[in-house]
Design a protein around this ligand. Structure first.
Ligand code: SD4
Length: 317
């Protein structure tokens, strides 16, 4: 069959190229999703992944990443510092250990023992942004959980093309699906905060009989709904990838409204999905989410369909 790769956001375009190069030469989807997202991890211009990712409230760049294949093999790292390619560390855990998830210092030590070199991931630009945030009103402790919608209105993360996690799902020529997800998480998060990206079933999920999914956006809301697992299960029941992503977005919004302490903001969550026949789709809570698809020799960036009109929801709540 024809290989396909789908990934989140504009930085997915270059990542797709690297992944597709592997797939078109008969490589497997696990290699493809690792190599693909490494492009974003290495890129200092991408402020939400790997090198150059924005730090937490204490000024520490802490990375989360996970990878999963069609045999339900998983590797995941949580809150790891000074390792430029956490996705490769996650892959190493998948390949070489009986475990699935390593966190913090343990993940770091395991990386060094296996030949990873420690390096500072803070760039001049990310340090400058951190200092600006520290000097601003929004660094008051009660406002440390940054509001995606406010950021978007300020033409910050969602408006300048430097946004959000990269999640990727690929199917190779033999119909095998894998997924990866890697992020520096929410900028200015509390130190130790973990989002959805390294959580199996939330940030990503694969079932070899069905397909895979991955997510981006406010991780707390995705974890609450087990978003990626939900999508794969709905595809198993016969929904198309786009229908399944939409249904998961509806669940995310429903659970947010049920649980939220503060309804005066509108968060973003976006999902991508790909089944093992090569059909794909995406859906998001609100406008602005983009995803890139490399299929049939073309690599195209799409605007995702979304559920909620921002003006409507803000007035309505
Ligand atoms: C997280 N989903 O840590 C990731 C990061 C992201 O908008 O995509 N933030 O919650």
């Amino acid at each position: 069959m024809k290989p396909v790769v789908i990934s989140t956001w504009k930085h997915g375009v270059d990542a797709n190229k690297a992944a597709y190069d592997i797939l078109k030469n008969g490589g497997n989807s696990l290699d493809a999703v690792e190599s693909g997202v490494k492009i974003a991890e290495d890129d200092p211009e991408v402020l939400s992944v790997g090198y150059g990712g924005l730090p937490d409230a204490d000024g520490r760049v802490t990375l989360d990443a996970a990878i999963m294949d069609w045999k339900a093999r998983v590797g995941s790292v949580i809150c790891v510092e000074n390792i430029k390619n956490p996705i490769s560390l996650a892959r190493l855990i998948l390949e070489n250990t009986e475990h699935m998830v390593l966190a913090g210092d343990g993940a770091y030590d395991y990386a060094l023992k296996n030949g990873f070199k420690p390096e500072s991931l803070m760039t001049e630009n990310s340090l400058k942004r951190y200092k600006e945030w520290k000097a601003s009103d929004s660094s008051k402790p009660e406002e440390i959980h940054t509001d995606d919608f406010v950021l978007a209105k300020k033409k910050d993360i969602n408006a300048d093309g430097n946004h959000d996690t990269i999640g990727m799902v690929a199917v190779d020529k033999s119909g095998k699906v894998s997924a990866s997800c890697t992020t520096s998480g929410m900028a200015w998060k509390l130190h130790g905060r973990v989002g959805d990206s390294p959580i199996v079933g939330a940030g990503l999920y694969v079932d070899g009989e069905v397909g895979g999914a991955a997510s981006t956006g406010r991780g707390e809301e995705c974890i609450r709904a087990c978003g990626s697992f939900l999508i794969v299960e709905m595809m198993r029941m016969g929904l198309s990838p786009k229908e399944a992503c939409r249904a998961a977005v509806e669940r995310v919004v429903k659970l947010n409204l049920l649980s939220s302490k503060n309804r005066d903001h509108l968060f973003q969550v976006g999902f991508i999905a790909l089944n093992n026949k090569g059909e794909y789709g995406a859906f998001s809570v609100r406008s602005g989410f983009q995803y890139a698809v490399y299929s049939g020799g073309k690599n195209i960036l799409y605007d995702s369909e979304y559920l909620i009109d921002e003006e409507y929801i803000i007035e309505d709540l």
